[in-house]
Design a protein around this ligand. Structure first.
Ligand SMILES: *[C@@H]1O[C@H](CO)[C@@H](O)[C@H](O)[C@H]1NC(C)=O
Ligand SMILES: *[C@@H]1O[C@H](CO)[C@@H](O)[C@H](O)[C@H]1NC(C)=O
Ligand SMILES: *[C@@H]1O[C@H](CO)[C@@H](O)[C@H](O)[C@H]1NC(C)=O
Ligand SMILES: *[C@@H]1O[C@H](CO)[C@@H](O)[C@H](O)[C@H]1NC(C)=O
Ligand SMILES: *[C@@H]1O[C@H](CO)[C@@H](O)[C@H](O)[C@H]1NC(C)=O
Ligand SMILES: *[C@@H]1O[C@H](CO)[C@@H](O)[C@H](O)[C@H]1NC(C)=O
Ligand SMILES: *[C@@H]1O[C@H](CO)[C@@H](O)[C@H](O)[C@H]1NC(C)=O
Length: 648
């Protein structure tokens, strides 16, 4: 939302009336309504301090990206599967000459000499060192210093303004309103940028020990894992639930990657323990490590918080694609600064990287890292060829980020879709609430007593596939319908994340499905706590997320959450890609336009029982067809293969 702030407008006109008679008043560009929890105001910033101002330039043709995506990803399109090369993508969207000149001219008209203005090599970003005084005048902003309980300081303004003829050429400016979204998770790490990667779901992925796999021991043991899937999920349970008997054969041409954020790390011996119990063909196998921005599989910090997520993702991801398919591990960031989704996107796309993409030093890892012990190498920039399917079990609350930041990153996911890459994100583990059960207040702040639903990001980006969680009901078998995941674990209840975005409007592909839900199945009496303006709804689909057996530091533990569901869906889609590659076809790429299309309507096990409570409500209810708890349902692998083999 943009509006005029009158006193500033008035001053602006006075100041420039003589020099530039035709100049229009500056418009509000971005605004923050509150200071995030944990931070307090400590005073005005020093007028002569220097700020490294960075202007993110708008990209060309961005408003038509949905059209391009549908052209390659909609099953009715004659160009289905004709994915773009990275070069085609870069050429289509690089900022125009006009954009660069308009912004440079505006800066120079405001007294910044050409020698102070730098356009980055890929022409997408303008940099300028300005004193606080200069920046305040340019942006009609006031810079303040904020302090975090941890002692960390942050420079920020509450809003900033850009003249109307320049505004369409700038996505956002840093440092301005954006805040460090970092939440520390463990006491010994409280002074670090923990969580810069998006807070891992493993804060909720509560472990519970049990007495190890019952399948070990003598061959005469008659215990049947399939009888026990309501108590313990193993790869065998998942194969039975989703119809996975497929043996991949196009493995040398296929790829599947799982992203982890340092200091999160998998434990190799746990992978073997898990393999011995549940997946003998992966014993001795390791993921192919692709280190991004100094990422290492560190072994100094151990325990559930460090190893739980990575162990889960790799044990299940690798088991389900079988030992025949290699799995890639994107290990991101050093142990000091960590990394974010943007660091991964930079590694894929040198043009994003070149203009630092949506990079914001308050959210993303910036390399080389000057801190002692930090990664001193260059930032990975277009160095990694993305895998066909990428699974990411980490997320933010959408409200932790500004709309400008999420918009810019979401476009980058769309570009991956254009290139034929499937990107999966966990939908969240707190139902309609956000991380640590925070809900939104009317001013956009988050608190435990907030009443408005708090969706997650990137799941709400219309160009990723968001994965929710289901469960096998107690005393049910894998042959009976699953319900939405509703589990009491030691940190509280775990419910499948889902709902409606506050940043993104609804994409065409899901309009009918969402309309059907709102018209016929919306929980009667549910307060209007969600964004009901017609915005992007998620999750898109789901998979089991309850009671997974994982090996952790030599012991077996049960874990829960959409963290578990996401790599499972990733593995299933990887097997579908295998079938398509064998048939001489392209990978499935961005799947949403296909899975919501009528021809796929019987390709999911519809989940119609359960809810996703939060924010003092019962949340949404699962229902026939798509719903904001379990999406379209869980994968029916044989049907999905059949549908996707029928497409060009
Ligand atoms: C801003 O200042 C820093 C530190 O002095 C310098 O490294 C950088 O090149 C400067 N940037 C511009 C655009 O002048
Ligand atoms: C991999 O792709 C190449 C080139 O398209 C093809 O010749 C080869 O048969 C494929 N291999 C497998 C195992 O599908
Ligand atoms: C899988 O990785 C191993 C170890 O790097 C390699 O020897 C093998 O050729 C790879 N297999 C395929 C199908 O790419
Ligand atoms: C499951 O079955 C057991 C044994 O029949 C019974 O004691 C228990 O109450 C059942 N639990 C539920 C949730 O139905
Ligand atoms: C609801 O979502 C739309 C995007 O579709 C957004 O423009 C609007 O600001 C959101 N409303 C609230 C209250 O956040
Ligand atoms: C594994 O479990 C045993 C028995 O509960 C416990 O004594 C041991 O400390 C656990 N090991 C680790 C590394 O947690
Ligand atoms: C619905 O889910 C609840 C648990 O969340 C379960 O107790 C109940 O049996 C389920 N009902 C059906 C019809 O599956």
């Amino acid at each position: 939302m943009r509006f005029l702030t009158l006193p500033l407008v008035f001053l602006y006109i006075l100041r420039w009336a003589v020099a530039k008679p035709r100049i229009l008043p500056s418009l509000l560009h971005e605004k923050r309504n509150h200071v995030p929890p944990g931070w307090s105001h400590s005073g005005r910033h020093h007028a002569m301090a220097v700020l490294p101002l960075r202007f993110a330039l708008s990209q060309r043709n961005i408003h038509t990206i949905e059209h391009y995506i549908n052209d390659v990803a909609h099953p009715a399109s004659p160009n289905y599967g004709n994915h773009w090369t990275a070069t085609q993508v870069a050429e289509k969207f690089t900022p125009s000459h006009d954009t660069i000149e308009t912004v440079k001219t505006w800066l120079s008209d405001n007294g910044f000499g050409w020698d102070r203005i730098r356009v980055t090599n890929l022409q997408g970003w303008i940099e300028l060192n300005a004193t606080v005084q200069e920046a305040e005048k340019l942006l009609w902003a006031e810079y303040h210093v904020y302090k975090h309980a941890s002692g960390k300081e942050h420079i920020s303004c509450e809003s900033y303004h850009i003249p109307p003829h320049v505004a369409p050429h700038i996505d956002f400016v840093t440092p301005t309103v954006h805040f460090d979204v970092i939440v520390s998770r463990s006491p010994e790490a409280s002074h670090r940028k923990i969580g810069a990667s998006g807070t891992p779901i493993n804060t909720n992925m509560q472990g519970r020990s049990f007495n190890g796999p019952k399948t070990t021991g003598s061959n005469s043991e008659t215990f049947n894992q399939l009888d026990d899937c309501d108590q313990l999920i193993t790869p065998l349970c998942l194969r039975a639930l989703y119809g996975l008997g497929y043996k991949p054969r196009a493995t040398s041409n296929n790829s599947f990657a799982i992203a982890e954020f340092t200091p999160g790390a998998y434990v190799p011996s746990d992978l073997d323990n898990f393999g011995k119990a549940y997946a003998p063909d992966i014993v001795g196998k390791r993921p192919k490590l692709v280190s991004i921005d100094g990422g290492t599989v560190q072994a100094a910090l151990t325990g559930f918080d460090y190893n739980g997520e990575s162990n889960l993702d790799l044990q299940y991801g690798m088991a389900l694609v079988t030992g025949a398919q290699n799995v890639t591990l994107y290990q991101l960031g050093d142990s000091i600064q960590h990394a974010s989704d943007n660091n991964l996107l930079n590694a894929f796309d040198s043009s994003y990287c070149g203009f630092d993409g949506g990079d914001d030093p308050n959210i993303d890892g910036i390399y080389p890292d000057q801190a002692p012990g930090g990664y001193k190498g260059k930032e990975d920039c277009g160095t990694v060829k993305p895998a066909n399917v990428i699974s990411i079990s980490y997320y933010y609350n959408e409200a932790d980020l500004t709309p400008a930041y999420t918009a810019r990153q979401c476009v980058e996911f769309a570009k991956l879709g254009l290139m034929g890459i499937t990107v999966l994100f966990a939908s969240g583990d707190n139902g309609v609430a956000g991380l640590i059960n925070a809900c939104l207040n009317p001013d956009g702040s988050q608190s435990a007593n907030g009443r408005l639903f708090n969706p997650s990001f990137p799941g709400t980006c219309p160009y990723v596939t968001s994965v929710g969680a289901t469960q096998v009901n107690v005393n049910s078998t894998v042959y009976q319908p699953e319900s939405a995941c509703e589990q009491l674990i030691s940190s509280g209840f775990l419910y499948s994340g889902g709902g409606f975005s506050n940043h993104f409007s609804i994409p065409d592909y899901q309009k009918d499905a969402v309309q059907n839900y709102l018209k016929n199945y919306l929980t009667p009496g549910l307060p209007l706590s969600y964004n009901s303006t017609g915005s992007r709804a998620h999750p898109d689909l789901s998979a089991n997320g309850a009671k997974y057996a994982i090996s952790l530091q030599g012991n077996f533990t049960r874990v829960y959450g959409t963290s578990a569901s996401t790599p499972v869906v990733g593995a299933i889609l990887t097997l579908i890609n295998d079938a398509r590659l064998l048939a001489g076809k392209k990978p499935i790429g961005f799947i949403n336009p296909a899975i919501y299309s009528p021809s796929f309507s019987d390709a999911f096990h519809d989940v119609t029982n359960g809810t996703n409570p939060g924010c003092g409500t019962l949340g949404f209810n699962a229902a026939k067809g798509w719903d904001p708890v379990t999406g379209l349902g869980t994968p029916n692998f044989p049907k999905l293969v059949e549908k996707w083999l029928a497409l060009p």
